[in-house]
Ligand binder design. Structure first.
Ligand SMILES: Cc1cc2nc3c(=O)[nH]c(=O)nc-3n(C[C@H](O)[C@H](O)[C@H](O)COP(=O)(O)OP(=O)(O)OC[C@H]3O[C@@H](n4cnc5c(N)ncnc54)[C@H](O)[C@@H]3O)c2cc1C
Length: 426
């Protein structure tokens, strides 16, 4: 049996940020447990690297704004480039809605511009096809792109320097809670199993074994896992798309659904680019069709959320078929430079989706010492700093300092008027 003051379940970008923020406040005895800190299947590893504050709800705008400030202040370490987001619209109603949201966004100083159709190719020479279908665009110059792994690594490195323990290769398997009549429940201990036996020579776990555990939520008994009980004063559920599995163990019916999202790297030959098109300097472009893209090293990174994707722990990447059916037609439809582009490789990761497409953060109702911060859909990287700071203040002092995350309390799902509704997008 080993004891800690704060046990953080999940060492993705959110758990790591909270761990660092707590340690920076002088909290000691913090341990982070994760099945795979390398994050082979973690959303923090598999995302698109976009960071914007141009959302629809004040709590999301504020937390992204604060996080982007932090990225800007460390731009070299995080590879943060303030290249902007360009959104194209082919629907009058959606464009009018975007212009209304722009008023709110600009009250937060985001300087979002509205472009008419003629201005689109002037601003972005890449967009040279099917312009007559478009009704307008918005451009948000303060948004940008970054390397999320560098950010997660930064949180971890600084947390470790302040004494936080990161336990790798530990699977959270169970939890013991107590509740006496009339008082809030308490998490007494968390049961983890060490899966070190599944690791190969270089210290990582075999990818297939890892995928099995993360899709079945069980460690196979033949791998002879070693059980370990962790006594803890405070527990924080930061298990991302896996958070509902833990919630169920403490009797909280979760609303989060894991949904597969696919991304491809696309090869574009410089000689195919239309005059004036320079791929290196592209920011994020979000096409009216739902496809998004940005430059990624020598390639283009492009993603698309297939409608009707069934929820589940599915990491299957559809490869060339995904590129040919979903990406290439949309890319070539909008830009002649992409006519001959080719599929390089890609991957699938999980969005943790809630009914209103906003994250869940707060103390878990009915428990005195259980907190949660997860389900940030496509926003976890760009909210990570603010969520870390605000959750650390809540855990350490009992109240929010900085961004008030209380609108993200899960009790909102019981009252539609309190939903923090966002459009599900990157
Ligand atoms: C394709 C795609 C594109 C995205 N694009 C963007 C973007 O451009 N910008 C942005 O801000 N966000 C984006 N996101 C969302 C973002 O990546 C996530 O919101 C964020 O990474 C969530 O971080 P997290 O720490 O909550 O979860 P994760 O990074 O998933 O971490 C959860 C951790 O829990 C561990 N774990 C799970 N179960 C157990 C268990 N039982 N025991 C022990 N450990 C366990 C996992 O190993 C994992 O390390 C994207 C996501 C995807 C999938």
């Amino acid at each position: 049996m080993s004891g800690v003051d704060v046990l953080i379940l999940g060492g993705g970008i959110v758990g790591s940020s909270i761990a660092w923020a707590l340690a920076a406040r002088g909290v000691s005895g913090i341990r982070v447990v994760d099945l795979d800190l390398a994050g082979v299947y973690a959303s923090s590893e598999l995302n698109a690297g976009g960071a914007r504050a141009t959302w629809w709800q004040p709590v999301n705008i504020e937390s992204c704004l604060q996080t982007l400030e932090f990225f800007r202040a460390n731009n070299e370490e995080f590879g943060f480039r303030e290249t902007g987001y360009l959104w194209l619209y082919d629907d009058e109603t959606l464009f009018a809605q975007a212009l209304r949201k722009r008023e709110l966004q600009n009250r937060f100083g985001l300087e979002v511009e509205a472009l008419d159709v003629a201005e689109i190719p002037e601003r972005m020479p890449l967009i040279d096809r099917s312009l007559d279908e478009l009704v307008g665009a918005t451009f948000s110059p303060r948004d940008g792109l970054l390397n999320p792994n560098a950010v997660r690594g930064w949180y971890r490195k600084h947390a470790e320097a302040l004494g936080v323990e990161f336990w790798n290769h530990h699977f959270v398997a169970g939890v013991e809670t107590v509740r006496s009549a009339g008082s809030a429940g308490l998490v007494r201990r968390v049961d983890a199993v060490s899966v070190l036996e599944l690791s190969h020579g270089r210290g990582g776990i075999d990818e297939y074994a890892l995928r099995d555990i993360l899709t079945t939520h069980n460690v196979p008994p033949e791998s002879a896992p070693t059980a370990c009980r962790i006594e803890c004063a405070t527990v924080v559920n930061c298990l991302g798309a896996w958070s509902p599995i833990f919630s169920a163990k403490v009797g909280v019916a979760d609303v989060t659904e894991p949904v597969r999202r696919q991304i491809s790297l696309v090869d574009v030959h410089a000689e195919d680019c239309a005059p004036g098109v320079e791929l290196d300097s592209l920011g994020m472009i979000v096409d009216a069709s739902g496809l998004y893209l940005h430059a990624e090293g020598a390639h283009i990174l492009a993603g698309y959320s297939t409608p009707g994707e069934v929820s589940g722990y599915d990491f299957g990447y559809d490869g060339q078929a995904f590129f040919e059916s979903e990406l290439w037609p949309r890319l070539a439809h909008r830009a002649s430079s992409f006519e001959r582009c080719g599929h390089v490789r890609g991957w699938a990761g999980l969005y943790a989706v809630t009914p209103d497409c906003s994250g869940i953060a707060d103390r878990v109702e009915g428990f005195a010492n259980l907190f949660e911060a997860h389900s940030f859909t496509g926003r976890g990287v760009m909210q990570s700093y603010a969520v870390g700071q605000s959750m650390a203040s809540l855990i350490a002092t009992g109240r929010y300092e900085g961004v008030d995350l209380s609108p993200l309390n899960r009790s909102r799902f019981g009252d539609r008027a309190k939903w923090v509704e966002e459009e599900l997008h990157i």
